[in-house]
Design a protein around this ligand. Structure first.
Ligand SMILES: Cc1cc2nc3c(=O)[nH]c(=O)nc-3n(C[C@H](O)[C@H](O)[C@H](O)COP(=O)(O)OP(=O)(O)OC[C@H]3O[C@@H](n4cnc5c(N)ncnc54)[C@H](O)[C@@H]3O)c2cc1C
Length: 162
């Protein structure tokens, strides 16, 4: 993947609908905090790089342009802390609190994170190390059996040449 992708500016326009903005925010925070709560306690280098890249790309692609602008500024002052589950969880809690304060909301007590974000995910210990593999998952087998999807970019390019 092109590493310069992380550095670009915000892509989406302003999100004018306040209800949509709040719903999007709640869903995104839930995703971020739950992801942090299941992040490895001792992540490998590529896992650290993956989560960091995901956060930077989220800050470009977040579908509320004005929120994304603030998010990008926050990331400059508070870069993602990816060295462990606790580091990532506390980082996410801190940046959420920065937004809370900016919006005039109460600060969240980050010492309660573990109780709040127990996701009830019923983790299967046999999958903890390597994640799912196709031996265990009939859906993955099915996906592998499907023919490759057509490459739409190539088709659009060739239309342009007509
Ligand atoms: C990256 C980002 C930037 C945003 N920027 C803006 C913006 O510029 N302007 C704007 O109007 N809205 C912004 N939002 C949306 C905003 O943060 C809220 O999501 C939205 O206002 C709804 O707020 P809420 O009171 O329902 O709770 P939310 O802030 O969405 O929180 C959801 C729940 O998370 C828990 N929680 C609260 N604080 C924390 C914390 N620190 N750590 C862990 N859990 C916590 C609480 O249980 C809370 O009910 C942004 C959202 C994101 C993800």
């Amino acid at each position: 993947m092109d590493p310069t992708l992380n550095d670009g500016g915000v892509i989406m326009p302003k999100l004018g609908n306040a209800t949509a903005k709040a719903e999007l925010g709640r869903a995104t925070w839930k995703l971020l905090h739950t992801m942090a709560s299941r992040y490895p306690e001792k992540p490998k280098a590529d896992e650290r790089a993956a989560v960091k890249q995901w956060i930077f790309l989220l800050s470009r692609l977040y579908p509320c342009g004005e929120c994304a602008n603030h998010f990008q500024r926050m990331l400059k002052d508070h870069p993602p802390q990816t060295s462990s589950r606790a580091a990532l969880s506390n980082w996410a809690c801190s940046i959420h609190n920065i937004v809370n304060i900016r919006l005039g909301k109460a600060e969240f007590d980050c010492s309660t994170l573990e109780n709040v974000y127990q996701c009830g995910c019923a983790e299967d210990p046999s999958e903890v190390e390597g994640g799912l593999n196709s031996d265990d998952d009939p859906l993955l087998d099915l996906a592998q059996a499907l023919p490759d999807a057509p490459n739409v970019d190539v088709e659009i390019d060739s239309l342009g040449a007509l």
